[in-house]
Design a protein around this ligand. Structure first.
Ligand code: GDP
Ligand code: IMO
Ligand code: MG
Length: 433
């Protein structure tokens, strides 16, 4: 068995899409297991830029099976738009290379309306969600009133379900003066969409079990990052799913993945989009510079990402919580030319030192980083594909991050371009050890 789980170890946007696209060359199946179209994964293939939100990044390679697992929340309109956009660009998407779990939950138009209205009510305390209805859809799932893909086969039953869901949310929507599509309109639209989507819908757990029996290589593509995890993140400024590697199993139905190799993706610095604590955030010219050089604008909402120094304490915590075996360091090239680099190695909270980030939002907000300084490098690392070609100070930086996070850096990314990667160890080989 050979499975690799890719997950973000910071606040998302670490470069998971690029890493998954690169690794998918070695895989047979690429599986999304949580999140929805709040994710935005950008891939650069030659001069072509692809932005994927729901479709697994493996969809762009030939002869790979792209899979959306049951843990993902699916907005059918967003899914069909994304599929059509790629098909227009010549990407084949057929039931031979793409499947969706029959027990995945649907995001309906009211979910996005509720999401945005709640954010408005929160005012300054807003989470800064993507407004895509992710949280409300997961709430309905847990409350056992969600509509799922398998419900699209029976029009009469579907209408009853949509009607019950709307009845539940009606008071809030009416109080907030929000117009929303009628039950009939939503049901009719779903039935139209079902005609295109249903051929892709399968018992994914079974297909993955067969793949595993046939010793296929399975690559799991996480969305968001550990610090946006519903349990372990900077709650309440998090997303509504479990982003940690363990959810790859629950969100796909492949129990055997437990034996795989877990890769945590980290940027060589840190970014966050949306509200919430960010101890190593830089609100100065250096933060601006990182944002400009790293082109730190959200893929989904276009919002400017907040930037800061690499926080080794948080990444170490991610590794331990999620069972990350090795790290992938991306965007090394963005640090080229910096005179000095800071690494967060601890926090001072009200005069007390911490070697971890405690859960209380009040404490998290008051966490002042304790830094270690390192010399930067003036040479360009952009496009470097061999570890020995990295400048000496870049190597020192990598080694220090390994020590502080207690995990090896197995891959490095040195530009947005697909093949600009340095492989120290092959994660699929490691998965078999
Ligand atoms: P994801 O959500 O984790 O897949 O990350 P995003 O795609 O949202 O954001 C990462 C951004 O960094 C994308 O625009 C990538 O093209 C880009 N990127 C990925 N790796 C590198 C790298 O090594 N260097 C640079 N300069 N950009 C990178
Ligand atoms: P990828 O997969 C970065 C953030 C939002 C907000 C919080 C909750 O591209 O790394 P939600 O809409 O999920 O309820 O928003 O989570 N967020 C992300 N930030 N990358 C993402 O995905 C994100 N998905 C959600 O900005 O702060
Ligand atoms: Mg992203």
């Amino acid at each position: 068995m050979s499975s690799v789980i890719v997950m973000g170890a910071q606040w998302g946007d670490e470069g998971k899409g690029k890493v998954v696209d690169w690794l998918s060359d070695r895989a047979d199946y690429v599986v999304r297991f949580q999140g929805g179209h709040n994710a935005g994964h950008t891939l650069m293939i030659g001069n072509e830029e692809y932005k994927l939100s729901l479709l697994p990044s493996g969809i762009l390679r030939k002869n790979k099976m792209a899979v959306i697992g049951n843990g993902v929340v699916i907005d059918p309109t967003a899914l069909l738009n994304e599929m059509a956009g790629l098909q227009k660009r010549g990407v084949a998407i057929t039931p031979d290379n793409f499947m969706i779990a029959e027990n995945a939950v649907l995001i309906l138009p009211i979910h996005s309306l509720i999401d945005k209205a709640r954010e408005q009510l929160r005012g300054v305390g807003k989470i800064g969600t993507t407004g895509r209805g992710i949280g409300p859809a997961y709430e309905d799932k847990i409350a056992r009133r969600a509509v799922r893909l398998c419900d699209l086969t029976d029009g009469a039953e579907l209408k009853k379900q949509v009607s019950a869901l709307v009845a539940h949310h009606d008071i809030f929507l009416k109080t907030m003066n929000i117009d929303y599509p009628s039950v009939d309109a939503m049901t009719d639209e779903l039935l139209k969409q079902a005609k295109i989507i249903l051929p892709f819908v399968k018992p994914v757990w079974r297909e993955l079990d067969k793949a595993d029996e046939a010793q296929k290589k399975i690559l799991f593509e996480g969305a968001q990052g550990l610090w946006l995890d519903i349990d372990h993140g900077t709650y309440p400024f998090v997303t509504s799913s479990a982003t940690a590697a363990g959810n790859a199993i629950l969100g796909s139905g492949l129990g055997a993945a437990f034996n795989g190799y877990c890769l945590g993706i980290v940027k060589a610095y840190a970014t966050r989009v949306g509200s919430g604590p960010f101890p190593t955030e830089l609100l100065d010219a250096t933060g601006e510079l990182l944002g400009q050089k790293g082109r730190e604008f959200g893929t989904v909402t276009g919002r400017k990402r907040r930037c800061g120094w690499f926080d080794a304490v948080m990444v170490r915590q991610s590794c331990k919580i999620a069972g990350i075996h090795g790290l992938v360091l991306t965007k090394m090239d963005v640090l080229d030319g910096m005179e000095k680099l800071m690494i967060g190695i601890g926090y001072d909270i009200d005069g007390k030192q911490y070697d971890y980030l405690p859960a209380s939002p009040a404490l998290q907000c008051r966490a002042k980083p304790i830094y270690e300084e390192m010399a930067g490098w003036q040479e360009s690392t952009r496009g470097t594909r061999k570890f020995r070609d990295l400048p000496a100070n870049a190597v020192k930086y990598v080694k220090r991050l390994e020590e502080l996070t207690t995990r090896p850096i197995t891959l490095l990314s040195t530009s947005p371009e697909r093949d600009d990667m340095i492989m120290v160890e092959d994660p699929f080989v490691m998965a078999n050890r």
